[in-house]
Design a protein around this ligand. Structure first.
Ligand SMILES: C[S@@+](CC[C@H](N)C(=O)[O-])C[C@H]1O[C@@H](n2cnc3c(N)ncnc32)[C@H](O)[C@@H]1O
Length: 278
């Protein structure tokens, strides 16, 4: 599908929809070792970090248990939940991404029937899919919003009391670290870390700190239940893993240390389980 005419612009809310980026996103992330690592880490962490995924959780036992996937992108996470027996509402404002997600779903017909796709931005969900939801997934989306603080408030409003939000955000502190390691010293010194959201660059417009998530969670009635770092080592390797054996070893190390001090704090992404007060 062709990018829309305004593919290189921000939405009226100042958000960066991924129109025109689906191919690049798919190639540069999910068809590369860092995407493999991200999926392997999420696969290992989510069952442990989300009470909704425990075998005896009420939402596991109900046949109608539904996950709301906000900014679901190419649909990997939706498929993951569908595979575990959940119904999934995949919401995504970029028609380019949604078309790719629908194609991915078509190749898994046995799972596709559990996933419904909606061409919606987070800002429209309170009208279109108000819930309240017992489980919301919002991975790698807040950093693409013009106002991520308001985005977290909107997510909280969609959650049922006691409901869980699996939130993953791009870590501003890790971005600074990698800029320094790469020699972008002036940029780091001037704290010019955010991308512009224009063109084909995939540096987020609103990279976030753990301190912001802590403060905003409290503001919006959410409690941080769990936290982990995703890609705590990989971005700092002097050379990519050589062969399958090394990649496996790296994944094992990432798994071993992703929830330990001080390593989780420098994960490229921070993964949280947030619970809404009942
Ligand atoms: C980095 S991708 C993440 C996709 C997917 N969640 C994943 O983890 O692979 C960011 C996604 O957020 C979407 N997005 C941008 N603004 C949004 C908004 N206001 N509401 C919902 N999604 C949005 C983009 O179109 C893009 O598909």
């Amino acid at each position: 599908m062709k990018p829309s005419a305004n593919a290189l612009e921000l939405s009226s809310d100042g958000d960066r929809y991924f129109d025109g980026l689906a191919d690049k996103f798919s190639r540069s992330l999910y068809n590369a070792p860092r995407g493999e690592l991200r999926l392997a880490l999420l696969d290992a962490l989510l069952p442990d970090m989300l009470a909704s995924l425990q075998a005896d959780a009420p939402q596991r036992l109900a046949s109608t248990s539904t996950v709301l996937d906000v900014g679901g992108g190419l649909g990997q996470q939706a498929l993951w939940f569908a595979q575990r027996g959940f119904q999934v509402n995949l919401t995504e404002p970029s028609s380019d991404m949604l078309t790719h997600a629908e194609k991915a779903l078509q190749s898994r017909p046995e799972l596709a029937e559990r996933v419904r796709c909606y061409p919606l931005a987070l800002q429209h969900l309170s009208d279109a899919l108000p819930g309240p939801w017992r489980l919301i997934v919002c991975h790698a989306v807040l950093e693409w919003l013009g106002n991520p603080r308001q985005g977290l408030r909107q997510l909280s409003e969609l959650l049922a009391p006691g409901g869980e939000l699996s939130l993953m955000v791009f870590n501003r502190d890790a971005l600074r670290f990698s800029n320094v390691v790469k020699g972008n010293l002036q940029k780091a010194q001037e704290d010019r870390l955010e991308g512009l959201g224009l063109g084909q660059r995939l540096t987020p417009i609103s990279p976030l700190t753990h301190a912001q998530i802590e403060a905003w969670s409290q503001e919006h009635g959410l409690k941080i239940q769990q936290v982990a770092g995703i890609r705590i080592f990989q971005d700092y390797l002097h050379q990519p893993p050589q062969g399958v054996g090394e990649l496996e070893r790296l994944i094992a190390l990432e798994k071993q240390f992703c929830r330990r001090e001080p390593h989780w704090r420098l994960g490229r992404y921070l993964l949280y389980t947030l619970v809404k007060a009942s």
